[in-house]
Design a protein around this ligand. Structure first.
Ligand code: F6R
Length: 239
């Protein structure tokens, strides 16, 4: 595991974007595993700027997103499919047909279909992750075992509370989600996590400076052979 320590969110975003851009430059038809949430937005803005400047070409890039809320269709403005179009896909020359977000409305068969899709792509070249305040990755919540493939999860109260800022009220935050499993994430050839702010400091300490345990799902990344944590000073303030 390597840690890239940055001063603040903007520097974290630029550093993570450089890693993603390097991946696209080395392998123009790479498979990117993408995340939603506040953490990667700045990295996406850098990628958009470089694409608009003609320095980065997404035309052959393929993407698979980590997760989606159960029950939200892709046009719902809080769905992760909508988030990705709004924050990245609509602003770069990616072919939308090459982008994939798990369906939140296709039932449980979606899990098998999504794992097969990742397999048919030959796996993920670079997986971008955020970190939940409870140590989750994707929506793999603290549990007594690590998950394998894509599956449906019940969101914890802490995750629903953390995400209610995007909804009108807590009642509107979905109770379930579909997420890639820990095996899907670990099989990515490179994993890059972005984390910023003091509210992530305890999760970073628990995940990367404590024992590997399914109670802190991100801790399994300690075993990944090419894992890069890009975190700012506040997020690293407890370590
Ligand atoms: C999003 C995802 C989540 C977030 C995490 C952190 O696709 O899978 O694991 O990365 O909840 O969210 P933010 O970045 O909003 O703090």
């Amino acid at each position: 595991m390597r840690i890239l320590r940055t001063k603040d969110y903007d520097a974290m975003s630029a550093a993570a974007a450089r890693l993603i851009a390097a991946q696209i430059t080395l392998k123009p038809n790479c498979v990117l595993g993408l995340a939603t949430g506040s953490s990667p937005v700045g990295a996406y803005q850098n990628l958009i700027a470089w694409n608009k400047a003609g320095e980065l070409d997404f035309s052959a890039v393929r993407s698979v997103n980590l997760d989606e809320y159960a029950g939200l269709n892709p046009d719902h403005d809080q769905s992760y499919a909508y988030f990705m179009r709004h924050n990245l896909f609509d602003h770069v020359n990616i072919d939308l047909a090459n982008t994939n977000v798990p369906s939140g409305v296709s039932g449980d068969e979606e899990c098998q279909r999504y794992d097969q899709l990742i397999q048919d792509f030959g796996g993920i070249d670079l997986q971008l992750l955020g970190l939940g305040v409870n140590g989750h990755i994707g929506f793999n919540e603290p549990d007594d075992h690590f998950s394998l493939g894509t599956h449906k999860v019940t969101l914890t109260e802490s995750t629903r509370q953390a995400n209610k800022r995007f909804f009108a009220s807590l009642d509107e935050v979905p109770t379930h989600a579909y997420t890639m499993g820990v095996r899907d994430i670990l099989q990515a050839r490179r994993v890059v996590m972005v984390a910023s702010g003091t509210n992530k400091a305890q999760a970073i300490k628990d995940a990367f400076f404590g024992p590997v345990t399914p109670q802190v799902p991100a801790s399994i990344l300690q075993y990944h052979k090419d894992f890069i944590l890009v975190a700012d000073e506040e997020a690293l303030s407890l370590v």
